[in-house]
Design a protein around this ligand. Structure first.
Ligand code: G3D
Ligand code: MG
Length: 172
């Protein structure tokens, strides 16, 4: 991502395809549930939290074929938001591997991590404790991280999530 592309702090939104990344970004930027289609390339938008804080959100496509492109967005990244479909028990090992792989990149050293256990409106969604265990978050001792549940479609926990992201950046 280019340094001069925006004034905001660069925040990367990642996760497997269908986790709800584009819905989340649509919800926080417009306050509405937007129709999404599988993201090809990326979506970008600027979120003004308050007079002092402005986040530039990069929503990068999560399909397997896109993941090799993730590395191009890492320069200048101030926080990583990793979105998980908390109803998708079958794919959480894949999410764990994808997260581990991104975080092993030198450019993300010390960059804070926000994990969002999305789709909490659905029955059978895993608790944040379960998601946290399955993603092995306790192993990430060399960066600040947080996990919260949210529902991107209902807008639950979404505002709170980005306020936390901002705090993590300020403290990192
Ligand atoms: P992605 O950008 O991570 O690939 P999308 O994911 O934002 O495109 O969302 C994938 C699907 O999950 C969409 O459904 C979307 O409506 C749904 N979704 C996203 N967030 C939530 C949530 O919090 N709760 C529920 N119940 N569904 C959610 P479709 O049907 O369009 O594929
Ligand atoms: Mg998408």
């Amino acid at each position: 991502m280019g340094q001069g592309s925006s004034a905001g702090l660069q925040v990367l939104i990642m996760g497997l395809d269908s986790a709800g990344k584009s819905t989340l970004v649509g919800q926080i930027l417009t306050g509405q549930t937007v129709n999404t289609s599988p993201t090809v390339g990326f979506n970008v938008g600027t979120l003004e939290l308050n007079k002092q804080s402005c986040l530039t959100l990069w929503d990068v496509g999560g399909q397997k074929s896109m993941r090799q492109n993730w590395q191009y967005y890492l320069d200048g990244c101030k926080a990583l938001v990793f979105v998980v479909d908390s109803t998708d028990v079958a794919r959480i090992p894949e999410a764990q591997k994808a997260l581990k792989s991104i975080l092993s990149d030198e450019r993300l050293r010390g960059v804070p991590l926000m994990v969002l256990a999305n789709k909490k409106d659905l029955p059978n969604s895993m608790t944040i404790r379960e998601v946290s265990n399955k993603l092995n978050l306790n192993s990430y001792t060399d960066r600040k991280w947080e996990i919260q549940a949210c529902s991107a479609t209902k807008g639950l926990g979404v505002q709170q999530a980005f306020l936390t992201v901002n705090k993590l950046i300020k403290r990192s």
